[in-house]
Design a binder for this molecule. Sequence first.
Ligand SMILES: NC(=O)c1ccc[n+]([C@@H]2O[C@H](COP(=O)([O-])OP(=O)(O)OC[C@H]3O[C@@H](n4cnc5c(N)ncnc54)[C@H](O)[C@@H]3O)[C@@H](O)[C@H]2O)c1
Length: 256
Amino acid sequence: MARFTNKVSVVTGAGSGIGREMALRLASEGSAVLCADIDEQGAQATAARVEELGAKSIGLGLDVTDSEALKASLERAVKDLGGLHVLMNNAGVGSGHGWDRTTEVNLSGVYYGLIHAAPMMAAAGGGAIVNTASVAGLHGLVRAPAYDVLDPAHMEGVSAYVAAKHGVVGLTKQFAVSFGPANVRVNAVCPGYIVTPMTEKARGVEGGTEFLQSIHPMARLGQPEEIASVAAFLASDDASFVTGVAMPVDGGYSAR
Ligand SMILES: NC(=O)c1ccc[n+]([C@@H]2O[C@H](COP(=O)([O-])OP(=O)(O)OC[C@H]3O[C@@H](n4cnc5c(N)ncnc54)[C@H](O)[C@@H]3O)[C@@H](O)[C@H]2O)c1
């Protein structure tokens, strides 16, 4: 299946984990992909893998908290790859980064992607944006063995992460409503716990992996490819009448 032939996609946080798999999935279905990440080497490594799949690619250093730089990356996709049809607004940090940085990256960074990409797509006749939220955008997070609620740094981080991800779900609905008439669809994926570097610490403590498995009814963690495939569905014409949804991709975590 090549649902993205002649399309151009931008993926933020493309240097690792879920973002890397999003870039590879889009490329495997025919899209050119601009891979952006604060880790420029990671972005370029993903871009090289995209090219191995036969798709055009650019790997770029980008901090999504820099609104103008994010806008310039989107414009670069138009100029050098020929358009902007899909944005995977995916870059994010885990809960160990304090209130300001977590909300800056995970909420403001997503907003900057939306506020620049949606009008560009609207002017070009339409497009699709997929925000990476989380089950933490739908629920509070249960206490894992690695963490202590009496530790203020932990509570600051987890509060910021949950608040930011709930904010991403809100932004998804607002942009879907505002840009629906312009044929720009905006959806979110809400992953459960996924095997990426972000969850390395939580998985690494004694009993950590078993605990995380136990809170998913499917009794396992997800793989980044399993998020990328759903994000690709939401970005594709297969989801042409789907906008404003926050779709759990979580092995049943949010069904309980
Ligand atoms: N792994 C999980 O269990 C999980 C669950 C739910 C949601 N998520 C979300 O999925 C997204 C991807 O996370 P992941 O699990 O692939 O983690 P990851 O750490 O493997 O990848 C995140 C990427 O984002 C990049 N990044 C961080 N700050 C950035 C910034 N300011 N500008 C640009 N790039 C930046 C990192 O360099 C990294 O390459 C995040 O938004 C995360 O919150 C992850």
